[in-house]
Design a protein. Sequence first.
Length: 465
Amino acid sequence: MFSEIKSVHLIGIGGTAMAAVAAALRDKGYAVSGSDQNVYPPMSTFLAAKKIEVMPSYAESNLAGKPDLVVVGNAISRGNPEAEAILDQKLRYCSLPELLKEFFIRGKRSLVVTGTHGKTTTTSLLTWVFEHNGLNPSFLIGGIPNNFGEGARFTDSPWFIIEGDEYDTAFFDKRSKFVHYLPEVVIINNLEFDHADIFENLGVIQTSFKRLINLVPRNGQLLANGDDPNLAPLLNVTHCPVKRFGLGEQNSIKGFNMRYGPTATEFEIPSFKFHLNMVGELNVRNALAVVACAKHCGLSNKQIQGAFDTFKGVKRRMETRGVVGGVTVVDDFGHHPTAIRETLSALRLKYAQQRIWAVFEPRTNTTRRNFFQNELAQSFRDADAVVVSQIARLELLKPEERLDPQKLMKDIQTMGKTAIYLPDADAIVAHLKKEAAGGDVICVFSNGGFGGIHEKLLAALGARK
């Protein structure tokens, strides 16, 4: 079947994984086209650099060339004109995870990195450990690791390292994406409630992870955070080997003697001391997962440390976008209370004496709801001042489901911090232009484009007299 395919069209090509796979398909000689709305950097610039034209809206005419295969992004739903056209015309279509499974993963040693937080950083670090040691892995990561400059690569090596997302696969396949990835090794960093639009409760998410665990072969390995109470009930399996990593005594790969500095971290396992050029406890846990997996795959502590020494981090993960007038602007993908809390905790280590602003865009289907109403306020405890942008599409939610911005502001102010709720990126930039002082750090939390706020903010700060 796959030998017949010469042209591929991707609906929703602007997603990080979709764009990366589009580029990889083009590199393999396929004719690639794609469509999307509101594609923003870094993926828009990435696609432009790869000379892949993005049709700027969804239309049946985009399929006039009758591509041999249409890949349907998981953000595409019924009613989309291209989705309707592929069904009407009976064109061959599949989800992105299905494409990956059959075109790229089958027959490889697949290492799947999952969990609510830290997936992208952990996958990037693991991939760099393999690359640094000459193993030339294929990889697919939901972000851009700075060591590679792209989120995907497909090689002839036996290794495939992939970030496994628990979000659903497509409108026609409601299983989590990661069940398609033929895992030999599964890493589960942690497990919390997220994606309120598709998961009713924590138990449903646990069931999804159980399905993934059921796919680990007897000659594979399940590596799980042994400190996470939400994971504990899933780990009593006998069909594959299970190893726990973490900081508690019950873990077989246990980190101890942690030393947290402003630019680096040290931790030990029983036979070795590791040095990591990243900050905070969450990154120690990410690194422990990488150590556990790399050692299972035959790499030594020394080989792992060599890669740690040269790891350059990931775009949009505590990434400094610029310093203007003494104000540091940081970009972070954090959009879940735990991720926001951990990033601010790490920034507090890095900028111990400086005023930290947290600027947050509640745009995910979870943070627009009141599920984390109380936790969200607490997640800003290491910030000095908080700015929240108007919650998008709030009117589409039932009143009893909505995040209450007034209560959020009050709860943050009760902790002794300034908090303000502003309508959009431009209003936030105007406020920060007036209020931010030299030495301040502004961390922008968003998993979207947020109205180009980073560039606008740097420009506005630079224009101050």
